[in-house]
Structures are given as C-alpha cells and as structure tokens.
Design a protein around this ligand. Structure first.
Ligand code: 13P
Length: 251
C-alpha cells in the first residue's frame, strides 16, 4: 500500500523569516494529520529556519535541486551531503523549470538521482510533456524518454526509494489542470514503464504524484484516482490554509 504524499514546492518564494512563519503555521495546522506524508521544499536559504519550525511535527523537509558531486569547485551549487545534514529527507530533481530555464539535461538528472540515493535522500523526479508535445500526441514518447534516461543504471532497490512527479508543463502555474482522467492515464503509463524496466513489485511501491495547478478545489478529484499517489503543489503550497486543505483532501 502506498501512502499518499503531498509535497509543497515553494520555488523562489519566501525569505528566511517568511519561510519560518509559513512552516510554523503549517505545523500548527497539520500536527494531527495521519495517513499522508507531508513534505515542504523551501528555497535553500529557508532550509534551516523551516527545519527549526517543523521540529517534532510529522512534516518532512525537502530541497528543490542539488549538484551530483559531493563537494568541489562548483560555485553556487549545493551537494547531497549538505542537504542531508541540513535535515532534508527529499530533493526535487529535474523540475521542468530547471530543465527549461536552466538547461538541465536528462544525463544531469540521472547523475543527481544517483547522488541523492547514495546519501539516503529520496529524489522526487519530475517528468512531463510540453503543450506542443501533447498536441502532437507525443506525451508518451516524451515521458518514456525522460523516465528511461532518469532511471538509467539504477538497481531495483534504488528505484524503489524514488518518488515520481508527473507534471505536464502546460499545467504548471497556468491554472489549467490535467483532468483526473488525463493524469491517471499518464500515471498508468509511467507505472507500466517502471514495471517493464524493473519489476511489477517495484513499480507498485513507487509513489507517482501529480503536479500542475493543484488547488483545494481540484485536489480531491485528482487524488481519488487509482494511480495518483499524491501531489506536488506549487502556488497553493505558499498559503497555509490552501495547503492544509490539499493535505486533508488526501486523507
Ligand atoms: P503550480 O501548482 O503552481 O502549478 O506548480 C506546480 C509545480 O511546478 C510543482 O512543482
């Protein structure tokens, strides 16, 4: 049985103090929540204050990106051991904003996933097609290619520790959500691919989250689909009341 995951990707929002206040509010609101894993991913500068704010609460900490090397002359980068010692359990890898705005390649995604796993961080691996690709009926081709390259050379044991987020690029920050059926279809396709790459048992263990304009108004419909094991929430995770509602809709 997969336990639903609701993860908040705060992107480049919230100063250190604002991050502390939002996380403290979420701790108050979500302390009694059970049967769902809650993860929040502030920007790097918010990790330390958020870690303090969520102490002794069920909320888990995640980061939004990392470099694949452990250390070195890589100005501006952060490594897996740094995230681990900052209290992270999860790290988002291959978000479409990183792929499209910062030219992150599938090979880089693969290296980052391997490094995260080596240091016991669970990677939340983002996949998803752009609008023109969907319109050209290339969704499956794009997602398959991203998935195969992201998971290249991973063992079954490693693959089982990952989380996937299917985030169609056309649904991110646009207010245009995939319908529950569209999302479920893509998730089913991803699970079949995982099953053929690894094993059925392994595929059944991996949470596949949906991301793209998830709001309190649509989360319940999405989350009740058989293949949707949670959500990766952008904009609506910046507001404590909205995020709480999304979390509760998963229970
Ligand atoms: P929105 O929920 O703002 O569409 O963002 C989704 C996302 O990119 C989460 O990673």
């Amino acid at each position: 049985m997969r336990i639903s995951i609701i993860a908040g990707n705060w992107k480049m929002y919230k100063t250190e103090e604002e991050a502390f206040l939002l996380a403290s509010d979420l701790k108050r609101r979500l302390n009694d929540v059970a049967g769902v894993k809650v993860i929040i991913c502030p920007p790097f500068t918010g990790l330390s204050s958020v870690k303090k704010a969520i102490e002794n609460s069920p909320i888990l900490l995640g980061a939004q990106n990392m470099h694949w090397e452990e250390k070195g002359a890589y100005t501006g980068e952060i490594s897996s051991p740094m995230l681990l010692t900052a209290g992270c359990k999860y790290v988002i890898i291959g978000h479409s904003e990183r792929r499209n705005l910062f030219f992150e390649t599938d090979d880089a995604v693969n290296l980052k996933i391997k490094s995260a796993l080596k240091f016991n961080l669970s990677p939340i691996i983002c996949l998803g097609e752009k609008l023109d690709q969907r319109e050209a009926n290339k969704t499956e081709e794009v997602v398959e290619n991203q998935l195969r390259r992201a998971f290249k050379d991973l063992s079954v044991q490693e693959a089982e520790k990952t989380v996937i987020a299917y985030e169609p690029v056309w649904a991110i920050g646009t207010g245009k959500t995939a319908t529950p059926q569209q999302a479920n279809e893509a998730h089913l396709f991803i699970r079949e691919l995982l099953s053929s790459e690894f094993s059925r048992e392994c595929a059944e263990k991996i949470n596949i989250l949906y991301g793209g304009s998830v709001k309190p108004e649509n989360s319940r419909e999405l989350l009740k689909m058989s293949e949707i094991d949670g959500a990766l929430v952008g904009g609506a995770s910046l507001d404590a009341e909205s995020f709480e509602k999304i979390v509760r809709s998963a229970t």
